[in-house]
Design a binder for this molecule. Sequence first.
Ligand SMILES: Cc1cc2nc3c(=O)[nH]c(=O)nc-3n(C[C@H](O)[C@H](O)[C@H](O)COP(=O)(O)OP(=O)(O)OC[C@H]3O[C@@H](n4cnc5c(N)ncnc54)[C@H](O)[C@@H]3O)c2cc1C
Length: 450
Amino acid sequence: MTDVECIVVGAGIAGLAAAATLRSKGCAAVVLEAGARAGGSAWSERIDGHLVERGPNTFRVAPAMDEFAREQGLSPLLLKALPASGERFLVRGGRLVAVPMGLVAFARTPLLTRGGKLRLLAEPFVRGSDASGESVAEFATRRFGGEARDALIAPFLTGVYAGDEHQLGAEAVFPSLVAAERRSGSVVRGLLAQAFRGGPKARAGTWSGAAGISSLTDALAAPLGDALRLSARASAIAFENGAYRVEIETESGAQTVRSKALVLALPADPASRLLGALDAEAAKALGSIESAPVASVALSVASDATRVPVRGFGYLVPRGEGEVLLGCLFSSRLFAGRAPAGRELLTLLAAGRRKPAAIDWSDDQLLAALLAEVDAVLGLREAPRVLSITRWPRAVAQPGRDHPRLVEGARARLARFPRLALAGAHLDGVAFGEALASGARAARQVMEER
Ligand SMILES: Cc1cc2nc3c(=O)[nH]c(=O)nc-3n(C[C@H](O)[C@H](O)[C@H](O)COP(=O)(O)OP(=O)(O)OC[C@H]3O[C@@H](n4cnc5c(N)ncnc54)[C@H](O)[C@@H]3O)c2cc1C
């Protein structure tokens, strides 16, 4: 039995952010990680002269992340995407169509009919209601109309959640839009009012780390030294005499660590399994959060080997326009130095809620289906070089209609356990920056209870 000051379980970005926050507040945290490397789904790798992201590709720098980066000295590592990557595309009728980013482009876009555009513009005049318990599809239809839902919002959900607008909950997916409607009776009026009020704003643009997303997780993992225990899976938790006993399985056998403070920074499933011994109801609630599988495939193509030029951010594939492929990022156009001269790096995201079974397909079957879909849109003049295929059976949490109440309920039931906090992307937002912020918050909660 080893006694330590604080235990963090999970060394994804949530757990690493929790550990860094704890340590900067004077609490020497030990981090237990089941895998052989830190970072969780954040995983950048140099392959054959390309900088490949096997998991998340980019992130937003919201105020909480900005503050964390400043406090932890990570700001110099943040890298903004190239300006030309601001152009984004959707597939429509087998061709790439630019997503309208301004009013003139909106007026001209073929993605919506005139009626669909007018319905979208009428949002400020649509009577306000409350989105509690609504799916994203219901909320979007009510506020913006069915056309905007299908042409713009559903593809966006494919990109971020690999999910389905009929199953995802509006309150969890669009918290700021739902709050704007609650405040002002209209999303647009609410957002405009908030913009005039001022306050901290997210940094403009899309971001990564200087050497990929792993720059950030590596920078947070490095100072932990021996306090980061890799290949150490937490297998059971108990609360006894005011302390948490965490049983761990390691390559050299079973061990036990004990501490008065515990942050569980795990995906929903393992968090649920571990919490079962503390509170069955909270465990059940977290265990009910579903997730979507994603396969990430990195391809290298010669810059002149596609009939449609590779430029901009990349494209999303709306339902009905593809079977397995959800989207294709033009990674070498997002950030400089991601591919050798004369080559382009494409990152394909596949499966999701659209075709979950594809996560179990063989490499050959998956590649054949994906290359056919890419070829149909980009026109491949030669076979791309396959750099990596990474399968994430539980890639992205799928917060449903009652997600905020479900998470609140689980936290309320666990509130009787002192200095225990939850973190991770399944709780308050599925994005990388939101997972980071959840870890920093969990650490502060544990410290405040001291
Ligand atoms: C393919 C893919 C693409 C994505 N793209 C983007 C994107 O472009 N932008 C974006 O913002 N977000 C994206 N995301 C989401 C983003 O990656 C996540 O929100 C974030 O990385 C989750 O961090 P986390 O720390 O909550 O969880 P994880 O990264 O899953 O970390 C949890 C850690 O816990 C460990 N663990 C599990 N069980 C145990 C146990 N019993 N004991 C000890 N350790 C355990 C795991 O090994 C893992 O390291 C993507 C995700 C995937 C999979």
